[in-house]
Design a protein around this ligand. Structure first.
Ligand code: IPE
Ligand code: IPE
Ligand code: MG
Length: 247
């Protein structure tokens, strides 16, 4: 019985944390205020995920395309990231969370990159949960980079082109050390993926919730996980086959 309910808990949840700007604007506040309150949602949701025993949570914090936003908003977001890394340092270390970043970190300002690298290294041996920040991240960019590295391995004679299959290719992605992506939640009501984990999303359950990220807290996460537990994941099989496998 407990085995059954364990199986219904996703191992790896991805969240597209959207709607900060609209949340603020609806209250007559500057957009950055939405990002600030949104960072409190991050704290609460990460804490809840750790308590629930999720193996991995991946948060879409800043896309490759978000660099094109107004400079004030970008620098405000970078300041919030820097503050988050500082204020959550002890929480992450005390709770044996491994922090990981995916995306083009070279584009990040030193005020973010330095504490990010430091905390990723300091927590690299932790095994209770992996918190991945998708920062300066794009799914297409991530796939293109993997192709480039793989092509170099083929050219060097380390990999035969004929041996490339989905598993081999996946091992070149920065998410290769994470459990399969089970569930993707997007807040704010938009129903799109916006360049998040394109390869990894193949068989993930998708959930679009009509709540802006600053209002998404642990109770909303619990509701999403309850919904997830009711879904039948078939991975291309028939329902009868899936039920057979379950017993
Ligand atoms: C998500 O909120 C946070 C980032 C993309 C960094 P938005 O800033 O996209 O908020 P909306 O979608 O404009 O309301
Ligand atoms: C996706 O949200 C990126 C993050 C949540 C970090 P966006 O607000 O950038 O996506 P679009 O522009 O609505 O597709
Ligand atoms: Mg948005």
């Amino acid at each position: 019985m407990s085995g059954h309910s364990d199986r219904k808990l996703p191992r790896h949840v991805g969240i597209i944390m959207d709607g900060n700007g609209r949340w603020a604007q609806a209250r007559g506040l500057p957009r950055i205020e939405g990002h600030r309150v949104g960072s409190e949602s991050v704290r609460d949701v990460v804490r809840a995920a750790r308590q629930l025993g999720l193996e991995a949570i991946t948060l879409y914090a800043f896309s490759s395309q978000n660099w094109a936003r107004p400079v004030d908003e970008v620098s405000g977001l970078m300041d919030l990231l820097r503050d988050f890394l500082q204020s959550e340092r002890s929480e992450i270390l005390d709770n044996e969370i491994r922090l990981k970043a995916i995306g083009d970190a070279e584009k990040l300002p030193p005020s973010v990159k330095a504490p990010l690298d430091e905390l990723c290294a300091a927590s690299a041996h932790h095994r209770k949960m992996t918190l991945t920040l998708a920062l300066s991240y794009g799914g297409r960019e991530s796939i293109a980079k993997a192709v480039s590295t793989l092509a170099a391995d083929v050219a060097a004679g380390n990999v035969r082109a004929a041996d490339i299959d989905a598993d081999r290719f996946g091992s070149y992605l920065p998410t290769a050390d994470l459990p399969p992506l089970d569930l993707v939640i997007r807040t704010s009501g938009e129903q799109r993926v916006s360049n998040f984990l394109l390869w990894e999303i193949a068989y993930a359950e998708l959930m679009f919730v009509d709540i802006a990220w600053p209002d998404f807290r642990r109770q909303q996460l619990y509701r999403c996980l309850e919904n997830y537990a009711t879904r039948e994941r078939r991975f291309g099989l028939t329902s009868a086959q899936v039920i057979d496998e379950d017993v």
